[in-house]
Design a protein around this ligand. Sequence first.
Ligand SMILES: [Zn+2]
Length: 369
Amino acid sequence: MSANEKLMGRIVRHRAMMIQVENGVMEELVQQLGQVRKEALDKLVAASNEPLTKKGVESLVEEIRIDLTLAREDMTATLKDRLAEAFTAEEELAMTVFRGAVPMVVAKATNYQALALKRIDDILKMPVAGVSYEQAIANMFDRLGGQIDKLAQKAFAEGFQEALYSGKTMAQARGAGWAAAEKLQSNLGAARELFDKAVRKDLETIVHGHYQATIDKAQTSVYQQNRKLLQGVVFTATLDHKTCPICGALDGTVYWMDGIPEGEEGDVFERKPALPIHPHCRCTYAPIVKAFKSLPIDDSKFSKASQKLLDGDIPKPDRYDAWFAKQSGTVQRDILGAGRYDLWKSGSVDLADLSKNGQVLTLDQLRGK
Ligand SMILES: [Zn+2]
């Protein structure tokens, strides 16, 4: 196995491992919000056992809103800390993975200087898919707040005010078989669903997206510092049933450090697409070391063994189309969706036709081809 193959294997395993770390951070945030969820629901339940007043319901909504604001601040601060930790850890890890996979004489020639905290702070603030992590969390809470308003309004609109004016509690109203009381009950159920499912889904996108962007930028910083040792980096998609056609099309693309060599494809390092390519993208870039003859290191320092390890090969693992062809029809249909699958199966489109400039084409666009 060449040094470059080893490097790619390790970087891909490292990426897979980071997803576990990201899941841990997500759970931490879910827990933080879980406390607010519990308090909000307790308040709603308690309120439904009190004689209802319009003012009471309004102040309840206001209380929940304040709780949500505090939770938003806490969660934003936690995510910021975790991302900053991830950046610093990733700079070191990327360097460790690199040094561990190449012969000692190359490892000794590497540069590593961690970025200043202020600079990391600025990098973390950069938007991912057009939204900063702060804004993403704020948006999530806006959606939550809006939903809670809607639940409160719904309770009123659905005849809840009858209970208000009669001075009954929700429990009494329920006893009398009021449809409004039943509705409020099901709205409470909806609120639970909202917190449990919608929030988790939102957080998954936010945490994975910003983590991947952070890791990508930390690695980019390390590779830039060592560009003299590298031919470039190669886009490496995680090939499984979740791989989308966009990442599949980019898989194996090389981004060169010193301009695109004659007869080669790809692009320059500076123009490599920032990760994530799309929500829940799990791709990564693997660095490719130059052949020992092209390294800015005295030739004679390379043993026969390390010369063999460093032949400047560009590992091309299982490419997406080859991988895709090996999957069952069910898996293929699952990945592409029925409409695209039929077009692909009939031979009207190739896998590479399914996306353009990082966007999956619509069925209409594909049929127009
Ligand atoms: Zn991807």
